[in-house]
Each structure stands twice: as C-alpha cells, then as structure tokens.
Design a protein around this ligand. Structure first.
Ligand code: UN1
Length: 490
C-alpha cells in the first residue's frame, strides 16, 4: 500500500518521492511512504495549532471519551494489527499481540486520566485567599518514535498528550509506518476532531529537523538511538524546546549463587532473544556469580537449542529477523569486535543465510562468555540477539559491573535472599529494576525510562508521562476584597 500523510484529518498526497516499506522476514515490499519535506511539517503544525485552540477547551473527560473509543477499536482490531505489525517489524506474532495490548492498556489508562489529571489545592498564607495548581496543556507537541515498538511507544506519547489537551504532529519510523497508518484510520473512525492528530512520513534529517526547529512545536518527545537523541537535544536545546528523550540501554541480568537457575535461564532467553534483542530493555549482559557460572552456561545452551528462528507469522517461531540489513551488519560488526577483544564465543555469531532465511535479515542468537566488564561488547548497545556473560565474585561486584555502563534503563537480579534483593534494588542505577524476572516487560502504568545516558530525566508511561505534556499553572484567588500582599501582610 502506498501510504499518505495524515494532515488536518485528510490524507494528503503531494506527489512526493517515495521509499519502500520492507518486510524484514522475507524482503518483500509491503508498500511505500512519501518522503515529506518541511512544507508538509508546516502544514501539519498549522493544522495542529488550529485544532489545539478548540481541543484544549473540550473538557478532559470528553477528550478521554475519544481515548476510550480508540482503545475499544484497538481491541476489536487486535489480531489484524498484530499481523500487520509482525509483517512490517518482524517481531513474532505472540509479541506483536502483546504490543498491541500495550497500546490498548495505554488508551484505557490515559482515558481514566480524563477524570483525574489531579492538581493540588493548598492553604494560602493569607486569609480569604484560595490557592491551587492545575495541569495546563502545552500546545502542539512533536512525537518521534522508533520502529521496535511502533504502536506501543506511539501510544505512550500520543495518549497522555491528547488527554491533557495538546494536539500532535507525529513522525513515525520509516521502517514501521503501517502501524501509524492503522492508528490514523482509527482516529478517523472515532471522529477525532480534524487536526488533533497529524502524521507525517519522512526522514529524520529532513522532517525530524523541521519539527525540532519549528517555533510552534513546544515539546519534542523522542525515543530512538543515542546518536539521534543527542542531535535532538542539541538542536532542541538551541530552540528552547521541552525535550523528553528515551535512548539506549545496556541492560543486565544478575544471577546470584542462590538463584533459581532454571528460572534465571528462562528470564535471560526471553529478555535477550525475544524481539531478536531489539528492545531498549533487552538483556545484553549476564552478570553471574562465579560459583554458578558453568551450570548457568550449560543450562542456557540447552535452552537455546529449542529456539526456532524464522518468520514471526509462524506461531512456532521464537526469534524473528532484525529490522534491516544495516542492523544485521552492525550486529555482525560487534560480534567481530567481541572475537578480537578475546571474549569466548559460546554459541551463535553468524548471519543466517540458509534458505529461506537468506531472503530476510536473521542473526543467530549469540552468547559470549569470559567477557570483561570494560570490553566494547559489554559497554555499547548492540541492539540484537547477543549477550555477554561476565563473572563476578559477589553482589557488590555485580552491582558495580551493572552500573559501569553509560546507560541506565533496566536491570534484573535473580536471588532468593531478601537482603540481597533489597540491597540490589536500592543500588542498581537504572530506571527499572526487576527481581526474579528478565529485563523486559514494563507495564504501562509505571514510569518508563532510565538514568544516565538513557534519557534526560523524563519518563514515558504512568503518571510521570503527564509531566512531559503539561505545564503547571498555579492559581491564587483572593476573595478578601482588599489588596493582600504575600510574604508581607501575613
Ligand atoms: C522499548 O524497548 O523501547 O518493557 C520498549 C518492555 C516493553 C517496552 C519496551 N513493555 O520491554
């Protein structure tokens, strides 16, 4: 299908150049997207700005009614959307269903916010004076989303923005535009007022830059690579934008000597090789107590024999392709570095070229062991099905290794000792900590984000997301009939 931009509630075709949408499992072309320019961004921002004046005045519970309807539509179309998602992104069908569910959850959760959006009331220091704070919408927000969770991450950003009274211009990833198109169709079906939601397809350097520079876009919410996020930060900083940035991870599972090793292996396999390792939250390092290292490795290798690789539409397949050829080459490059650095390749390490896998972009699930915490493969984000096993002598060392990377998204510890667990959750320097589970699987009603180089202090999801899309407004109502001066007439 040849997709069009969705601007001001219309499908706009400006006869632009196009680029293909490719199914990473098969190499088949699924359609095309237009390569938009600043002109389309300007049109989308104008539409969003016009619509926002009205949208901001719609009572929040009424705005929320649209989100309920969107949530119900997502639910109705869940299976269809999951199939489209697998086709364009490659994740296995069970995970695609889970991702659509995440979007449904977010719609209903943020719809509930329509009747909360709590502010504060607090006593004034003066008599006959009332003091309160409310959340006010900001205006037009710009959303830039990645391909690895094309619908979930979009909903994390779009729905809090909408319920709070903003309108948006959204640039989805070029790799996964069909999810954006499907969401736009749902916006149409629920009669979301025209211009409230706008979608423009194109490249980051052209339209992403135009969004960040646009004077009428007040907030940019970005999830993607650290390299691109840094550029957004630099340019956005120059233009005094409010920026919410969610970037890389180098997440670790810690396995202590008292852990349930079978459970730990399940957690590692799921969080390292699920989504072919292409989650910001994916497990990329395993930090293991020396006394259980060998047993853990043996169990891990046995479990990995059961991993079936292929087209994610086949329900038996556990690991699908990576997103494109460049990703395949990047992962392969890191495996080469691991070998050069002297890590031991325990299993995997190859681009899979046997038919029919040669048509798509498949990398073998890969484990390096005897990895030093400061090796490149243990420090940089690989974003593929590759893990590094690092041996440690005790909990303090495990925590130090976990915290030694520049990122701080997610971490996990397997242990049965309450003291170990509580000490770890306190000292692990990540935005998300799991106990006796892998590093993935965040739920939408808690804050999602990370410390250090993972972000810039903001969070998606949960109540925290509202802070990105609202300004605090403090209101003082003096009903004394006299001029009362704060700090003076008290
Ligand atoms: C991401 O990889 O950017 O916690 C998002 C998880 C999912 C979301 C991941 N709920 O793994």
């Amino acid at each position: 299908m040849d997709l069009k931009n969705f601007i001001g509630g219309e499908w706009v075709d400006n006869n632009l150049q196009t680029m293909p949408i490719i199914n990473p499992a098969t190499g088949d072309q699924l359609g095309t997207i237009p390569l938009s320019t600043k002109t389309e961004i300007d049109a989308a921002v104008n539409a969003a700005k016009k619509a926002q004046k009205h949208w901001a005045l719609v009572p929040a519970p009424k705005r929320a009614d649209y989100l309920y309807e969107i949530g119900f539509k997502l639910k109705e179309k869940k299976e269809y959307l999951a199939q489209v998602l697998t086709r364009e992104m490659g994740k296995v069908i069970e995970e695609a269903r889970g991702e659509v569910q995440e979007g449904i959850d977010m719609a209903l959760y943020m719809a509930g916010e329509g009747r909360r959006l709590f502010g504060e009331t607090t006593p004034s220091e003066l008599a006959n004076k009332f003091a309160m704070s409310v959340r006010a919408p900001i205006g037009v927000v710009g959303l830039i989303t990645p391909w690895n969770f094309p619908i979930a991450i979009a909903t994390w950003k779009a729905f809090p923005a909408l319920v709070a009274g903003n309108t948006f211009v959204w640039k989805p990833s070029n790799e996964t535009p069909m999810m954006a198109y499907e969401l736009a169709k749902i916006f149409e079906e629920v009669d979301l007022p025209k211009g409230v939601a706008n979608i423009v397809f194109g490249t980051g350097p052209t339209i992403g830059t135009a969004m960040v520079e646009h004077p009428d876009i007040r907030v940019i919410s970005f999830t993607g690579s650290t390299a691109t996020g840094s550029k957004v930060a630099e340019l956005g900083g120059k233009h005094l934008k409010k920026l919410s940035l969610e970037m890389g991870g180098k997440n670790a599972v810690i396995v202590m000597d008292d852990a349930d090793l079978d459970l730990a292996v399940e957690g590692i396999v799921w969080s390292a090789f699920g989504t072919a390792g292409q989650r910001c939250t994916a497990c990329s390092r395993v930090i293991v107590h020396s006394s259980v290292k060998k047993v853990l490795e043996d169990k891990l290798l046995t479990a990995m024999e059961r991993i079936t690789i292929g087209d994610g539409l086949d329900p038996h397949v556990k690991v699908g392709p990576v997103i494109n050829r460049a990703a395949l080459e990047k992962i392969n490059h890191y495996v080469g570095i691991g070998n050069q650095e002297g890590a031991t390749l325990l299993t995997g390490g190859r681009i899979l070229t046997e038919a029919p896998l040669d048509r798509g972009f498949y990398f073998e699930p890969t484990v390096f062991t005897d990895v030093n915490a400061d090796m490149i493969i243990a420090q940089e984000e690989i974003f593929g099905p590759v893990i590094s096993i690092i041996e440690v002598a005790n909990l303090d060392e495990a925590i130090a290794v976990n915290n030694s990377v520049r990122f701080g998204l997610s971490s996990s510890i397997f242990s049965r000792d309450v003291n170990t667990i509580f000490k770890a959750q306190q000292l692990l320097d990540t935005g998300i900590v799991y106990v006796n589970a892998g590093t993935t699987g965040a739920e939408i009603h808690l804050p999602f984000g990370g410390t250090k180089g993972t972000g810039n202090g903001h969070r998606d999801s949960g109540q925290a997301a509202l802070d990105v899309y609202t300004e605090w407004k403090s209101i003082y109502v003096d009903y004394s009939g006299t001029l009362q001066r704060a700090q003076i007439d008290t």
